[in-house]
Write a protein that binds this ligand. Structure first.
Ligand code: 3PG
Length: 395
């Protein structure tokens, strides 16, 4: 695909699809990471003489104008990140948007209102895509984290204007390719989180691509059930036991070594600081639940990391929001961070909870790359083609 270095932007209005779908509490952006990450693209477009017009969604207004989901809410954070004022258009398409664009001068940045206020955005209606395309001469997609959506602003417009990937899109694709597309081997994947049922495609794809698969979190309990262990009152999808067994069999065939917890942290209450004990993996009492992996498991995971060149991580190993059940996630993350700092491991992580867990472990800056994507990261780990990325392919 093209990058912004491949196109002549001088004097052109550049429509940039960004993802500024950031967490907001009481009207304040609480994590501006996604906003900060699009700054290089905007600055580089300006440096090449282009005028950036930003298109983005916020939340899920489902095709209607919902005042509480106006993109105005991100303006202060965007202006702070860019160090300049940003103009705002109350409409993303039509006459008002055209007039807002016509008023722009070199050096300006314009943010259009939430594209999801228009029903044609999510249906990828050609009319909606054409109305967006009519606002500029060049299309840049910098929203890898929204690239799993085939929407007018993420996919449709790419077919109507000369298109390029923004800097963040480039960085995401490069990092993900280094982790799973064309990685240095051996590769270990860590997959955690609550449910096997939501990660079946992901597990199935990873088993074909990685050398080691560490399974943690609630989903590990389902695998333990599949192997005949008692998990008491733990979160587990007992009806998925057969599927889990099939995954284990497939892994054995493809030569992917699966690592399940060898010891577990169990408690009778799901609350911070609850009394807990460490037991062998198959010995969870009937009235207790598994809330984290134990220290021997962490040692085993660390040993796997030490033998690998590449790590891809999605999902926490335990109930990381509630100490002390964050211990395994923290310790394994710290081991990965150390090996990365020592130049021994390429470490890539993504997915909402994962980034929160790594931030909490204080290691996010040490990883080789942390994706800004949640759902898109998962779909990419599933081996799916992301429509927003596919549409950027050179025609
Ligand atoms: C995200 O936050 O993962 C992206 O912005 C996509 O949002 P969506 O799941 O509402 O499409």
């Amino acid at each position: 695909f093209n990058t912004i270095d491949d196109l002549d932007l001088d004097g052109k209005v550049v429509l940039v699809r960004v993802d500024v779908n950031v967490p907001v509490e009481n009207g304040q952006v609480t994590d501006a990471t996604r906003i900060e990450k699009i700054v290089p693209t905007i600055k580089d477009i300006q440096a090449k003489g282009g005028i950036p017009v930003l298109m983005a969604h916020f939340d899920r207004p489902k095709g209607k104008r919902v005042d509480a989901m106006s993109l105005k809410i991100v303006l202060p954070a965007l202006e702070a990140a860019l160090g300049q004022p940003v103009k705002f258009s109350d409409e993303a398409v039509g006459g008002p948007a055209k007039r807002a664009v016509a008023d722009l001068k070199p050096g300006d940045v314009l943010l259009l209102e939430n594209t999801r206020f228009y029903p044609g955005e999510e249906t990828n209606d050609p009319t909606c895509a054409a109305s967006l395309a009519a606002l500029g001469q060049i299309y840049v997609n910098d929203a890898f984290s929204a690239a799993h959506r085939a929407h007018a602003s993420t996919e449709g417009v790419a077919h109507l204007l000369p298109a390029a990937a923004g800097r963040l899109m480039e960085a995401e694709l490069t990092a993900l390719d280094a982790a799973l597309g064309n990685p240095q081997r051996p590769v270990v994947a860590v997959v955690g989180g609550a449910k096997v049922s939501t990660k079946l495609d992901l597990l199935s794809n990873l088993i074909e691509k990685v050398d080691h698969l560490v399974i943690g979190g609630g989903m590990a309990n389902t695998f333990m059930v599949a192997k005949g262990a008692e998990v008491g009152k733990s979160l587990a999808e007992r009806d998925m036991a057969d599927t889990a067994r099939e995954i284990l069999e497939k892994a054995a065939r493809t030569g992917c070594e699966i690592h399940l917890p060898v010891d577990v942290v169990v408690a009778r209450e799901f609350k911070a600081g609850a009394a807990h004990e460490i037991l062998p993996d198959e010995e969870c009492p009937a009235d207790a639940m598994i809330l984290d992996a134990g220290p021997q498991t962490v040692d085993a995971i660390t040993e796997v990391f030490e033998g690998c060149r590449t790590l891809i991580w999605n999902g926490p190993l335990g109930a990381f929001e509630i100490p002390p059940f964050d211990a395994a996630t923290n310790a394994a993350a710290q081991a990965a961070a150390r090996l990365t700092r020592e130049g021994k491991l390429i470490s890539v992580a993504g997915g909402g909870d994962t980034v929160a867990a790594l931030n909490k472990a204080g290691v996010a800056d040490d990883f080789t790359y942390i994706s800004t994507a949640g759902g898109a990261f998962l779909e990419w780990m599933e081996g799916k083609t992301l429509p927003g990325v596919a549409a950027l392919k050179k025609r």
